[in-house]
Ligand binder design. Structure first.
Ligand SMILES: Nc1ncnc2c1ncn2[C@@H]1O[C@H](COP(=O)(O)OP(=O)(O)OP(=O)(O)O)[C@@H](O)[C@H]1O
Length: 476
């Protein structure tokens, strides 16, 4: 045992200065007066803060005292009639400016304000320092048809991810089922989104086909906030991961639909690979410049042909431009692969598998700048199944079977930031999470769903101009 305890570091004195104040004798009546004054000031502050409750109450009391209760009942009925008329005349503006602001104020007071401090403490978001307790500040509550958006000022030391991890617990504490946290433009704030009704519960109908596809924003589905989800294909490859029946087909078909205008005009060439026997993509044959299925050897051949085209194009563009612009002579080539693992992992013929892997590696690493893009779907995102995962800049995660798979697809920390793909119910195919440019948290989207008839119509209306034989199949 050491004789002397030595603690390295700077010692912080408990009280840097001791001050002895003189004792004052305060009379009792002054104390009572002080307490009364404080009470009145507090009540006045509360009355002003909750003016939307106090003002109508005061007005009602005044009308009752001045004119009697029949007039009061008349006024209440007149106000109710006005609201009803507004609702019938223009429901959207009534909900936005009339109803939801009142609901938001009520919920702020009754649901959030009431249990705020205790919920913050039990969810581990409050803290104590130097004997005082601190809770994050509730700033605003906004409501709409689908849920509540609660703006909070975080405590120093907290980051939006802390709130993302606690979001579900917070939702349950406030008697709702789903919660997500989103960062805002201000680094001290976070917005909690508590869901009452899922805005993505219903199927999204096929979106209009753009005549000229905008490669910087192809419309594929709806976002949770009601906006269109647009995917940037320019300079990218797209990986779609999802368990069986999660709706990977709907992502592929939404993408093909958004490119169909370009297929018709010759600006886009679709090369389709369907290793599962052609079941998924066969209906779109009139749209495809190449359609390879079933036979791995032929698929390897088509991939090698794509590599050849890519190299020729790279040689033409070298020194001329750094980014290919699609033309009818040199169209954008999009290779669509349904179930990538069937090409890279599950093949038994090692020689063919190596050929496919080599071609895919070259396309993924060199194709983007020369207008050769790969869009691939995958059921199992484990590393040994897909060695090329990091070569896909754009990734879409639909329903996944395990929480760990989320970060494998969307990147480290994606699940903590709210991409709970493993919680997407089987009853919501086509729902998934995507990363958006400049947005920290993954965004929930639902992709449009094309029925067999929609796909057939698409093939008929936008088939390739030089494609007169609808049964065309190219096998290397
Ligand atoms: N976006 C969507 N909206 C509504 N329903 C959808 C959507 N996408 C798919 N579905 C429904 O889910 C079913 C399965 O979808 P799909 O075949 O696309 O899944 P998948 O992930 O490709 O499955 P697998 O891996 O087995 O091929 C479809 O038959 C359809 O009924």
């Amino acid at each position: 045992m050491p004789l002397i305890n030595v603690i390295p570091g700077e010692k912080v004195p408990v009280a840097p200065m001791n001050l002895r104040l003189p004792a004052w004798r305060i009379p009792g009546w002054l104390l009572v007066f002080w307490w009364l004054l404080r009470g009145v000031v507090r009540l006045s502050v509360l009355a002003v803060r909750y003016w939307w409750l106090t003002a109508p109450t005061m007005a009602a009391l005044w009308i009752w005292a001045r004119f009697g209760w029949p007039v009061l009942v008349g006024v209440v009925l007149a106000v109710a009639g006005l609201c009803l008329g507004w609702w019938r005349w223009h429901p959207a503006s009534w909900l936005r400016f009339g109803w939801f602001p009142v609901v938001a104020r009520w919920r702020r007071l009754w649901v959030y304000r009431r249990g705020w401090a205790s919920v913050m403490a039990t969810c581990g978001l409050a803290t104590a320092f130097a004997g005082d307790r601190y809770v994050p500040q509730l700033l605003a509550v906004r409501c709409d048809r689908f849920g509540d958006r609660v703006t909070v000022r975080m405590l120093p030391g907290q980051i939006p991810d802390d709130w993302g991890q606690a979001a579900e617990r917070l939702a349950y504490a406030f008697r709702l089922r789903e919660g997500r946290a989103k960062s805002t433009g201000r680094p001290d704030r976070v917005v909690l989104h508590f869901v009452r009704r899922d805005p993505l519960a219903s199927t999204v109908k096929p979106l209009p086909v753009p005549v000229v596809p905008d490669l910087d924003g192809l419309p594929l589905g709806r976002r949770e906030d009601g906006d269109l989800y647009r995917l940037r294909l320019a300079g990218s490859h797209v990986l779609i991961a999802g368990a069986t029946n999660s709706g990977k087909g709907s992502v592929i078909w939404s993408l093909i639909r958004s490119l169909a205008g370009g297929v018709r005009s010759g600006l886009v060439e679709l090369w389709a690979f369907d290793p599962k026997g052609g079941m998924e993509l066969a209906a779109g044959v009139p749209l495809f410049a190449r359609f390879a299925y079933d036979d791995p050897d032929s698929m390897a051949g088509v991939l090698e042909e794509a590599v050849k085209r890519m190299r020729q194009r790279a040689a033409q563009l070298r020194g001329v431009t750094r980014q290919h612009v699609p033309t009818v002579d040199e169209p954008l080539i999009v290779l669509v692969v349904d179930e990538l693992a069937a090409l890279t992992a599950y093949l038994t013929d090692r020689k063919v598998r190596d050929r496919i892997k080599e071609a895919l590696g070259l396309l993924l690493s060199q194709g983007r700048a020369v207008g050769v893009h790969v869009v691939a779907a995958l059921q199992d995102p484990r590393k040994d199944v897909l060695p090329f995962r990091d070569l896909f800049p754009t990734r879409i995660a639909l329903r996944l079977t395990e929480p760990e798979q989320v970060d494998m697809v969307l990147g480290d920390g994606a699940r903590n930031r709210g991409a709970v793909c493993d919680r997407i119910p089987e009853s919501s195919p086509g729902v998934g999470y995507v990363a958006l440019d400049g947005v920290r948290e993954p965004v929930r989207v639902r992709f449009s769903y094309l029925s067999d008839t929609d796909i057939r119509d698409l093939g008929r209306d936008y088939r390739r101009l030089d494609d007169t034989d609808t049964g065309r199949e190219v096998a290397a």
